[in-house]
Design a protein around this ligand. Sequence first.
Ligand SMILES: *Cc1c(COP(=O)(O)O)cnc(C)c1O
Length: 430
Amino acid sequence: MTDRYAEVADRFGTPVYVYDGDLLRQRYEALRSRLHPAVDVFYSAKANPNISICGLFGALGAGIEVSSLAELVTAVRAGVDPADVIFLGPGKSAAELRACCESGIHAVVCESLDEVLALDAMEIADGMRIVLRINPDFDTHGSRLSMGGKPRQFGIDEEILRGRPAALTGLRRVRVVGIHAYLGTRILDASTVLHNTRGILATAEATAGILDIPLEVVDIGGGWGVPYFDNETDLDGDEAVDGVNQAVAAFRERHPDTRIITELGRYLVGWCGTYVVRARYVKQSKGEWFVVADGGTNHHMAAVGIGSFVKRNFPIRSLTRPDEPAEETYTVTGPLCTPNDVVGKRVRLPEVRPGDLLGVDRSGAYGPSASPVLFLSHGHPAEVLLLDGDAHLIRHRDTVDDLLRSQRLVPLPVPATTAAAPERTSHGSR
Ligand SMILES: *Cc1c(COP(=O)(O)O)cnc(C)c1O
């Protein structure tokens, strides 16, 4: 496999994200085969929005959960059946709502009562199916970034709906057909999955009763994690599936026809990506060794490890010397002019020489799309998908022209060469 990386790097250059499509398929199918048949898996496009990744999930039978016009168009152009697309997000534009109706997606997940009313007022929304995103009362725990149970811009508080049982009675065009809740991301504890699923299904049942809406759909969220750092243990996928199945089986006894949706991003793609960079310089500073690579946190912001005081490293390995013992210590940095551009701090690696390839593993989710790719105008890295023995370029590296295409140079004042010398100002000295 390490030879594959060298091949890809030679052919497409570095820095490059390499996605293992065979592993992706394997992970999806392993999940699908164990999951209760009533549960439909929707891939959360924001985890890795490349059109080939979305298309691959669609081809495997997954639905797609999108959160912007571009993601919606991506799913449609990737060949995903609109009946297996949902659109979610706290601040949808009128154009996005219109596009949902025009393309006939399965449902719009509404995050406020005003959004329901706005959609209901649109002629094109006649017959559109709506799922209400609820911010449940019940306590959540175990996710690294929680989105429910506290004040949030997402969804509608369960408590508010309880106090307004008639909130949805005057609708003319849209049909509210279900409930959605998503409680947080990076869950690594299977018991949390069971706890959340049970809680969301109970909340859906109670809320639908109060509002007098059918439960054609319940979206139980997801947020299953991938361990990145050495203090984290992997989510037990089988146990998580058992938890979901158990909760869903009990729910289906009362609601045999409800479509259950689970949305997963990171869990499905996180393991399937490696960020491949090439060492440009290996240098020493005050006793520490640095590898300065051709790509850094401009493409892999997650490696910065925001939100914790201790910088923890993603798994990093030498792709050039995979069989040599990791007996050296390097801090791996990128090309940015900021000390924060550290991909790995004091990483144990075999000797690294200029030209060597390094790989940051488990980087298939929230990579370039969640990174400041425009910082220093380096642009988006190339992306390659390995599938059935072939390496496909699924996004080319931004060129300088790509980066400048959307900018405009204003007509500049002609320098007044004959005029008196301007007074010196303080700008321009940085
Ligand atoms: C981001 C998001 C997801 C995907 O989260 P992962 O942790 O990547 O699985 C699913 N649903 C909603 C509502 C989200 O905001």
